[in-house]
Design a protein around this ligand. Structure first.
Ligand SMILES: Nc1ncnc2c1ncn2[C@@H]1O[C@H](COP(=O)(O)OP(=O)(O)OP(=O)(O)O)[C@@H](O)[C@H]1O
Ligand SMILES: [Mg+2]
Length: 406
């Protein structure tokens, strides 16, 4: 009996996933196979909107039909690495001996509010380091991630969900994928609004302002706010697949369509253009206060108007420009999200920094902010003599350099 799916496609996206889903339906539900080998040897390109739904489906078949999945990795090295490094292999075949990585841009599982909060914190660190963003993009990102992933815990009726966040600095966009193998949006919506017969109409209804299936609990703000944010972010996209429905906002228009085969749960795919500012207060109906981005991470135990970064928590060593670039991105983003605040950089536990690191962070920041801006927005705390000397030196050199240029 043939129990192998040989994928001849060179890319695996949502369309490919749906074809795979039909084949799996035949093998598992019609022919009764329980050992299935997914052969991806020809694959060259993988997309989260192909592999993440496949992982949700495989998990469903594992529990409902006792199916065992094995995986043949792509021959092509980059694609093979990506499947391993993104945790796709480990999540698709948990018994396959593939290691789980804690890389923030990999696929991660969350199962309760504590694990979700930790995961969101690590995603904030990731995005802060990876690039710089137009005004409001970071706040919007954090708001949406909390809302869409929080929905899984409240509505999906399963004990865990999946999340992946990938930033692409070169193409200036970021992708957020949240998935669950739960009851699906149409079912929860129909329980409260029985007239929404078609799955796609039920999803479109969930996206309207104030629509919630649990008025005791929520206000129906999460999905509609997410859609508003994506709409005012030129180039932003939102795509929701749940059961037999699909609703997408793309190229400035909304598409509401049936989807077959049905997706066994909810799959939300958000793409933001990181170079286009988002007026988050306008997106959230003007009644939301300025969203205090990363307050929990950098505003804890500080007085109002002061953010604090513990430098020792940001890296294991402070010796090279790549680490410096990561930390400067973060500082620039923090200063931009709270334009009136001071950032305190606490050097406790940091004995030594290299000049290249110091230049990448503080030299370039001084150049960017100017003498007065640098002095008034950044405050150094607990810096030893050595580090102070290095910072003084690189900042002075950069400022002299800018004078010479002028
Ligand atoms: N992952 C999911 N699984 C099942 N149903 C969902 C899921 N996400 C959203 N829904 C449905 O969509 C409705 C609208 O979601 P939305 O986030 O906009 O509002 P809410 O969660 O009810 O309230 P609030 O977001 O204000 O707390 C929910 O009430 C629920 O019926
Ligand atoms: Mg919600």
């Amino acid at each position: 009996m043939n129990n192998e799916i040989a994928f001849n496609w060179d890319r695996f996206d949502w369309q490919a996933f749906q074809k795979a889903q039909s084949i799996l339906f035949n093998l598992v539900e019609k022919q009764g196979h329980r050992d299935i080998r997914l052969n991806f040897s020809n694959l060259k390109l993988v997309f989260p909107n192909g592999f993440v739904p496949l992982i949700v489906l495989a998990e469903r078949y594992r529990y409902s039909h006792g199916v065992d999945f094995a995986l043949v990795l792509p021959d092509e090295e980059v694609c093979r690495r990506y499947i391993l490094d993104s945790n796709y292999a480990a999540c698709l075949c948990p018994d396959g001996g593939h290691p789980i990585t804690d890389k923030p841009n990999a696929l991660h599982r969350f199962s309760d509010d504590t694990s979700l909060n930790e995961l969101i914190d690590s995603q904030i660190h990731q995005v802060l380091e990876r690039a710089t963003y137009a005004q409001g993009v970071l706040q919007s990102f954090e708001w949406m991630l909390n809302e869409v992933a929080g929905n899984v815990l409240v509505h999906a009726g399963v004990d865990h969900g999946w999340m992946q966040v990938v930033v692409h600095p070169k193409t200036q966009h970021m992708a957020v994928v949240v998935a669950d193998g739960g009851v699906g949006i149409p079912q929860t919506i129909r329980a409260a609004f029985p007239m929404q017969e078609h799955d796609e109409d039920a999803i479109a209804h969930a996206l309207k302002e104030g629509i919630t299936s649990r008025p005791d609990f929520g206000q129906g703000k999460g999905l509609t706010g997410t859609l508003q944010i994506v709409k005012i972010n030129q180039g932003g996209r939102l795509s929701i697949h749940s059961q037999k429905g699909r609703v997408e906002w793309m190229n400035d228009r909304m598409e509401i369509k049936g989807d077959f085969p049905p997706f066994p749960g909810t799959f939300v795919d958000i793409q933001l253009n990181t170079a286009v500012p988002i007026e988050i207060e306008r997106a959230l109906w003007g009644d939301a206060p300025a969203y205090p981005f990363n307050d929990a991470l950098y505003g804890k135990d500080t007085t109002i108007g002061v953010m604090r970064m513990q430098l020792a928590d940001e890296a294991a060593r402070f010796g090279n420009r790549l680490t410096g670039l990561r930390i400067r991105n973060k500082i620039e983003n923090l200063l931009a999200t709270a334009p009136n605040d001071v950032l305190e950089i606490d050097f406790s536990g940091v004995e030594l920094i290299a000049s290249s690191f110091a230049d990448e962070v503080f030299g370039k920041l001084a150049l960017m902010l100017g003498f007065v801006g640098f002095g008034s927005r950044i405050r150094f705390v607990n810096v030893n003599k050595f580090c102070r000397g290095i910072i003084d030196d690189v900042v002075q050199s950069r400022i002299i350099q800018s004078h010479v240029k002028k």
